[in-house]
Ligand binder design. Structure first.
Ligand SMILES: [Zn+2]
Length: 140
């Protein structure tokens, strides 16, 4: 039995009008899916998603590092605030060493450090959100 024989049997068994309607519908769907698969570029899509996630992680980054250190003089725990924004030598431009965000004026970043030093819980929340977003940046 050949493929042609099978096709002839299939057409002979299609006695109702809606058999043909279903066949035409399936052909149209098959043609559409081929068209979509042809135009959809997976690599392009992954690259775009990577960029979107990178931008999102920059928005969430606190650009500041908070840590608790022991004060060598008093022996008491101390909150240590460190800005992660570094400046390019001889200019006011800066960048965050954690997320890579660029700043036109790195002195602006002092504002973040003051804000987070006053509210360490908020910093913790932002830092955790950033870490979660940063993990997704390099996940495919
Ligand atoms: Zn940052």
């Amino acid at each position: 039995m050949t493929v042609v024989d099978n096709m002839v049997r299939l057409f002979e068994s299609m006695t109702e009008w809606w058999h043909w309607a279903v066949a035409v519908l399936m052909l149209v769907l098959a043609a559409l899916s081929v068209k979509v698969a042809w135009t959809f570029n997976v690599n392009e899509w992954i690259k775009d998603r990577h960029e979107r996630r990178k931008e999102r992680s920059k928005v969430l980054c606190p650009h500041t590092l908070l840590s608790v250190r022991t004060n060598p003089e008093t022996g008491e725990p101390d909150l240590h605030v460190q800005s992660l924004v570094h400046s390019t030598f001889g200019t006011v431009e800066g960048w965050c060493s954690q997320c890579g965000m660029r700043f036109d004026d790195w002195t602006e970043s002092r504002r973040f450090s003051e804000q987070y030093a006053n509210d360490p819980e908020y910093w913790k929340k932002r830092q955790l959100k950033y870490q979660k977003a940063a993990k997704r940046v390099f996940k495919l």
